[in-house]
Design a protein around this ligand. Structure first.
Ligand SMILES: C[S@@+](CC[C@H](N)C(=O)[O-])C[C@H]1O[C@@H](n2cnc3c(N)ncnc32)[C@H](O)[C@@H]1O
Length: 276
């Protein structure tokens, strides 16, 4: 047995480094998925020391994504560019939107080898759904990507997702990055964003700062909790769909909250903007 094969469990797909935490696998672990390793679970264990309910960040984010998919598909959008798709889980974007409209096209974009391997396997038999490899924080690369240009028609309205992604961008120019995407969208398109949030009130700000510190200094290396103004700026001058940028759990929930939202659930927001 070679040294490299000894270091990797046989269940790890080729190209997947099980010695470094990955954003996609940490998120999968938070959603109780099976495609993660000890190094990924350790990131959550570290954050859990300051935020015992850290998994709720992932659940609030994912449930927002599912409701956003339903809303957009029912609004007549039939092409979806899902930036930072994550590992396949229950209720993936293409499954939700193609249930509403089987003709919907979806292109997932990610740069994590685990996501690309699992995504390609899942999508092998779905001709209307593709996965493209690109760095979502390089908009011009994404906008010029051949798979994306082939499957998404930029002359017709589309939905673009940055759900659970931009807090992993550590630069200070996330609004400018998003503006490049927004400029490329035709009128009538939508942009959905969910982002870790610093509510800037003493009750939750301290928690947000502690979680950020743990995430950024963990082997995953990212997870910024930005203030409302910074997140709102990522929508540029898009017209916000009601109820605007709110806690993910408050964006058209499926029913009343049966218990008050815990502190962690106050630290993630989401919204959808429409290009006029
Ligand atoms: C937290 S997951 C969110 C998954 C999904 N959007 C959701 O909300 O359920 C973030 C995803 O973004 C991907 N990602 C992070 N940085 C990226 C980059 N620079 N380029 C492409 N994908 C990236 C990760 O690999 C991961 O799959």
């Amino acid at each position: 047995m070679s040294q490299s094969s000894a270091a990797y469990p046989s269940s790890a797909p080729v190209g997947v480094d099980t010695t470094r935490a990955s954003i996609a696998r940490v998120y999968d672990a938070a959603l109780n998925g099976k495609d993660n390793y000890e190094v990924d679970r350790e990131v959550l264990a570290q954050v859990r020391t300051v935020a015992p309910q850290v998994n709720d960040l992932a659940w609030a984010n994912r449930d927002f994504l599912i409701r956003a998919c339903r809303f957009l598909a029912k609004s007549g959008i039939d092409q979806f560019l899902d930036l930072g798709s994550g590992l396949p889980t229950a209720e993936n974007t293409h499954q939700v939107v193609q249930r509403v409209n089987p003709q919907s096209r979806v292109v997932y974009v990610d740069n994590d080898p685990s996501v690309l391997v699992h995504g390609q396997a899942l999508l092998a038999s779905n001709s209307r759904t593709k996965i493209a490899e690109a760095d979502i924080f390089r908009p011009l690369d994404v906008l010029g990507n051949a798979t994306i240009r082939n499957d998404i028609d930029f002359s017709r309205p589309l939905a673009m997702f940055q759900i659970g992604t931009l807090h992993h961008y550590l630069g200070d120019d996330a609004a400018a990055l998003m503006q490049t995407y927004i400029d490329a969208l035709p009128s009538g398109s939508f942009v959905a964003i969910a982002h870790f949030f610093d509510p800037q009130i003493p009750e939750y700000s301290e928690l947000a700062a502690k979680m950020e510190e743990k995430f950024i200094h963990s082997p995953m290396g990212s997870g910024r909790f930005r203030a409302r103004d910074e997140i709102q700026a990522m929508f540029g001058d898009l017209e916000m769909v009601e109820p605007g940028l709110v806690r993910c759990d408050d964006w058209w929930p499926d029913g009343p909250h049966l218990t008050p939202l815990n502190a962690v659930r106050n630290c993630i927001v989401g919204g959808i903007g429409r290009k006029r």
